[in-house]
Write a protein that binds this ligand. Structure first.
Ligand SMILES: *Cc1c(COP(=O)(O)O)cnc(C)c1O
Length: 291
């Protein structure tokens, strides 16, 4: 808890399998899950420039939003404690006691929890809602749900800026699309980013990613597959659970069913279907979330 995230721990781990041999591709997992036990993976990269910006603006309080199981709330609470910010978490829905492990951890880090009914939560970015939050809590630095904003995009670009190998494809799970936008912003002309939607989304993810990239001058290749959400956010199946278990046994890499499990499942299925051209070098970003 007392140490800063160490991004040099995000090693590249090569995955060999009969499919990678058959397809003549190389597959690597970038272990962003290892950079910190609590502020892991993409959540750290999404937060880091926001923390600097909050400090630059002289803010002492971070306010953000999330569901009761939100990895983002968890990471913000931990970061607040580590970097000396007061934190306020606005939780969707009503309070359930005892607190689940995510919220209990957030509270233990000093996060002030406040519950918001679902109808208001849907409008959480509206002026009247933010205004009443400022009346209630005073001045704060606002982090959107999932932490996705322009600083998050800049931070996520760093996850591939420091790679020691040239790659053709980079893959990540997509919740709000902030991580994919960051990766896409940092691609070279021959590289592609593939997002795996972990929730049922019509085209809002594509819109969100395009919007986050609108000020980036260079167009890059990115796409989102909607074939691996397993019925929706946090929905899973026996085959997904089995896959995660086998992956752990064979490669000693822990995955969870909400994000990284769906992504790796998709990568293997797409390998089998011949989606990645022969000779491709693929990097799958382990975005963390295992605890
Ligand atoms: C939040 C989260 C994501 C989703 O990232 P977005 O930028 O919202 O698309 C992916 N993986 C893990 C482990 C997460 O916690």
């Amino acid at each position: 808890m007392c140490s800063f995230p160490d991004t040099s721990l995000a090693i590249l781990q090569e995955i060999t399998h009969k499919l990678t041999e058959e397809r003549k591709v190389r597959l690597f997992v970038k272990r962003e899950d290892l950079i910190h036990p609590q502020i892991s993976g993409n959540k750290w990269h999404k937060l880091k420039y926001n923390l600097l910006e909050a400090r630059r603006q002289g803010k002492h309080t971070l306010l953000t939003f999330g569901g009761a199981f939100s990895n983002h709330l968890y990471a913000v609470a931990a970061a607040g404690k580590l970097f000396d910010f007061h934190t306020i978490g606005i939780v969707r829905g009503e309070e359930h006691l005892p607190l689940n492990s995510t919220l209990a951890f957030a509270r233990a880090c000093g996060m002030q929890l406040h519950y918001m009914d679902r109808a208001t939560y849907r409008n959480k970015q509206a002026d009247y809602v933010l205004c009443s939050l400022r009346e209630k809590f005073g001045d704060f630095y606002l982090l959107p749900e999932g932490g996705t904003n322009e600083w998050a995009v800049k931070g996520c670009a760093d996850m591939i800026a420091d790679l020691s190998i040239d790659f053709d494809w980079v893959c990540c799970p997509c919740g709000t699309g902030g991580t994919l936008a960051g990766l896409a912003s940092a691609l070279l002309p021959h590289q592609h980013a593939l997002g795996i939607a972990v929730l049922k989304a019509t085209d809002f993810l594509e819109k969100q990613v395009s919007n986050l990239l609108k000020d980036h001058k260079r167009k890059t290749h990115w796409e989102i597959t909607h074939d691996y959400h397993f019925g929706g956010y946090a929905k899973k199946s026996l085959s997904l659970d089995n896959f995660i278990q086998h992956f752990m046994q064979r490669y000693q890499i822990p995955l969870e069913p909400v994000y990284t499990g769906k992504m790796m499942y998709a990568v293997f299925d797409l390998l089998e279907k011949g989606f990645f051209p022969t000779g491709s070098v693929i990097v799958a970003i382990h975005t963390g979330g295992v605890r």
